[in-house]
Design a protein around this ligand. Structure first.
Ligand SMILES: [Zn+2]
Length: 380
């Protein structure tokens, strides 16, 4: 499932509900619209049997009242309820929060208020949220998504404030209502609140633009690029025959971008299996010199860290594992390398690569940072 962007509202009559959502499709969806529960002006957007559609780069962006797929409609409704009733950012200027799990989907939500002189408390509550199955990707795009959402909200709030001001000038509704002590509220649509008859068309275009934007779209060209076929069997024999510290030092050097200086091309070739691609060494890292004097000796100006990168530990474990046959080793290596190349590729797009929550969610620890620094540079 790709991400769904939705606008939700806490209706004074119907409670929390989804009023508009946009999804991306590869081809025209053939589902028919859902049976919708009752709605009033406040929770109305477009007709239940209506869809707003635009096309971009061979993809379709479809906006409907609720998702066409019944299971997603249910998940989105749950997310709307949580975003408007319990999961709220309480700081003054608001902000986005994350909630979710693997069953109900992962959500980034941003709730906000719009001025309305006829509403209870003179304001109405809305939220914009993104629902996705892929937690890592969602957390990855959080910074840019949050910026986009804030822009839309600011726009809506300014429009609503302008309309509210005009209304106040014409007739002080607030004073009138307070004088009458009327508890009755009048539901009004978002079009009325913002003075924009085509507001839902604007939101559809805006949601489509966000789903199409470079930072949000899940692109993984590197994932589909196969790894060069190189058997790690030689590496296994090195691992078993070399002194442990020497072997670990060379592995660490190669994985973190130190240049390997060795006369024997086959040795260099063997250690190359540790990297998913032919990457140039990092000039800032000291070289690692290998010399053969009865046994292989290693000269390197640095010390191994107390804790080796997770990938290196997993690789060594696999090489030493007698239950993992040579025939299965290459596939297992590819799996490990692809996994870490994927993490590095995802971190390329992140504006704050030191975000602890994000790194934790990807299983990245401090010991992985020297490796990732080199890998991220090569995944750009
Ligand atoms: Zn309603």
């Amino acid at each position: 499932m790709e991400g769904i962007l939705a606008l939700c509202h806490f209706c004074e009559t119907h409670g929390p509900c989804v009023i508009l959502c946009t999804q991306r499709f590869k081809q025209e969806p053939n589902q028919s619209s859902q049976n919708l529960s009752a709605s009033c002006d406040a929770c109305f957007s477009i007709n239940a049997n209506q869809a707003l559609i635009c096309r971009e780069n061979g993809k379709m962006y479809v906006t409907t009242r609720v998702p066409l797929q019944q299971d997603l409609a249910f998940l989105l409704k749950q997310a709307a309820i949580r975003s408007l009733s319990c999961e709220e950012e309480t700081s003054k200027d608001g902000g986005s929060i994350y909630f979710g799990d693997s069953e109900r989907g992962h959500v980034i939500s941003h709730s906000f208020l719009l001025q309305d002189s006829l509403a209870r408390g003179f304001q109405r509550k809305y939220s914009v949220l993104m629902l996705m199955k892929d937690k890592v990707h969602l957390l990855n795009i959080w910074p840019s998504l949050s910026e986009h959402i804030k822009e839309l909200i600011k726009d809506l709030q300014q429009q609503a404030a302008r309309i509210n001001e005009l209304e106040q000038e014409q007739k002080s509704q607030r004073a009138l209502r307070q004088a009458q002590g009327s508890p009755k509220t009048t539901s009004r649509s978002l079009s009325e609140l913002t003075g924009q008859p085509a507001i839902f068309g604007h939101i559809h275009l805006w949601f489509s633009w966000v789903l199409n934007s470079e930072t949000i779209t899940e692109k993984s060209p590197r994932n589909v690029m196969p790894l060069p076929s190189r058997s790690p069997v030689n590496l296994r024999s090195f691992c078993r025959s070399w002194l442990k510290n020497n072997f670990q030092t060379v592995c660490f050097c190669v994985l973190t971008g130190c240049e390997l200086l060795v006369d024997d091309e086959s040795v260099r070739e063997t250690f190359r299996t540790l990297l998913p691609e032919e990457w140039p060494p990092c000039r800032l890292r000291p070289p690692c010199i290998l010399k053969y004097k009865k046994i292989w000796k290693v000269e390197w100006s640095e010390q191994l860290p107390n804790k080796l990168p997770s990938l290196q530990i997993e690789i060594e474990k696999a090489l030493r594992n007698p239950d993992l046959p040579d025939a299965a080793l290459e596939s297992f290596f590819n799996y490990l390398l692809l996994r870490w190349r994927n993490i590095a590729s995802n971190l390329v797009k992140v504006t704050s690569p030191d975000d602890v929550t994000l790194l934790q969610s990807m299983g990245v620890q401090d010991c992985d940072k020297p490796l990732l620094k080199y890998w991220i540079e090569n995944c750009k």
